[in-house]
Ligand binder design. Structure first.
Ligand code: ACO
Length: 325
């Protein structure tokens, strides 16, 4: 069987223009800037404009990722888009991005794994590439969570925001090795017993409505620390690496306290953690590529660095990935 490595060739991000600060939210529900910052580290979030959809944001992030990779959309073989907030129930938002990019070949589909969606999409793309079935892929995380928030529920509406992030993957020959660029290893998990802790109370089959996000934040927090730590230990073990090999930790940006809890468990110094949650809140599947984009563009993450991703989301779904940039 052929074996190829999936190399991240370019990254792009997009945040909508409209900003909602903690002070703005304090005018809408009974909360304060101080409470939100102390419990989550979030200072503001971006909100999609009226008529601005997940596919529109995904298209902008994708164009930026293609530009960074020095590639044209016509060279892509596959698009995988992770979202819990698609434009329509069907067709897949990925096909809308395919059209907007002018990609007339290959195939495109969506993945639903909520906040872990980007990791799931990355792992699926890597499998296609490792077998030599596709030579280049666009992996996107894009969300308009503002449309499924209950703006009267202070326990959830303060946490989330809208945005999109994308990476272009290019296949290079050879299995992943210690020093070679590319996805080194991924580890995915899910456990369907915890639906009631984090879910949306609507959907086409059950209620014929879009619904609102519901969460028992406190319980999710405890599961997040335990499950994510387990996935990281497993991905490092499978790759034959340990914590001291990690150059950069780019976690799902859910809550500064979750980031700190996990980095502490890993023994990673604060300087190695890329945290952007204060700037845009939890953007679900978009958060890892958005944070990665920031740290590459500001020069922190460089070619050859070993980067660790992790996420946990509704389902529960969770996982971790190691990538040599
Ligand atoms: N402003 C003021 N008070 C609030 C707010 C708010 N926005 N929200 C809740 N409170 C109150 C509660 O009503 C409660 O009051 P009470 O003691 O009088 O009953 C008090 O604050 C404490 O509530 P807790 O839920 O125990 O607060 P906690 O310290 O757990 O923080 C938070 C809540 C921030 C949601 C935290 O649990 C969390 O971040 N959990 C992780 C959730 C998450 O990130 N989910 C995203 C998807 S999963 C993922 O991405 C990892």
């Amino acid at each position: 069987m052929s074996r190829f490595r999936s190399v991240i060739a370019g990254v792009g991000g997009y945040l909508p223009e409209k900003v909602l600060t903690n002070a703005d939210i304090a005018k809408m529900v009974d909360t304060t800037d101080e409470w939100i910052r102390q419990r989550t580290g979030i200072r503001k979030r971006h909100i999609a404009a009226e008529g601005e959809t997940t596919s529109m944001m995904a298209t902008i992030a994708s164009k930026r990722a293609l530009e960074a990779a020095g590639m044209e959309a016509g060279e892509l073989d596959m698009i995988i888009l992770a979202t819990a907030t698609p434009d329509l129930t069907f067709p897949a938002t990925a096909t809308m991005v395919q059209k907007e990019l002018g990609m007339l070949r290959g195939f495109a589909f969506d993945i639903s794994a909520v906040c872990s969606g980007f990791l799931y999409a990355l792992a699926v793309a890597d499998s296609f590439m490792a077998r030599g079935q596709v030579r280049s892929a666009l992996v996107i995380g894009a969300e308009t969570f503002s449309r499924i928030l209950d703006w009267e529920d202070r326990t959830t509406c303060v946490l989330f925001g809208d945005g999109a992030g994308a990476v272009v993957l290019r296949a290079e020959p050879g299995a992943p090795g210690m020093g070679d660029r590319g996805i080194v290893h991924t580890h995915l998990r899910s456990d369907g017993r915890f639906t009631d802790l984090l879910y949306v109370d609507g959907g086409p089959s059950k209620t014929q409505t879009v619904g609102h996000l519901r969460m028992s934040g406190n319980k999710v927090f405890r599961h997040a620390i335990t499950n994510i730590s387990g996935a990281i230990a497993r991905v490092l073990d499978d790759a034959g690496l340990n914590e001291s090999d990690i150059d950069w930790f780019v976690p799902h940006q859910a809550n500064e306290r979750i980031l700190e809890g996990i980095s502490k468990k890993l023994g990673l110094p604060k300087e190695k953690v890329v945290s952007t949650v204060s700037e845009h809140g939890n953007t679900s599947a978009a958060s890892i590529p958005l944070a990665l984009d920031v740290a590459i563009r500001d020069g922190r993450i460089k070619r050859g660095d070993l980067v660790l991703f992790e996420a946990l989301g509704g389902g529960f779904t969770w996982g971790a990935a190691l990538v040599r940039m």
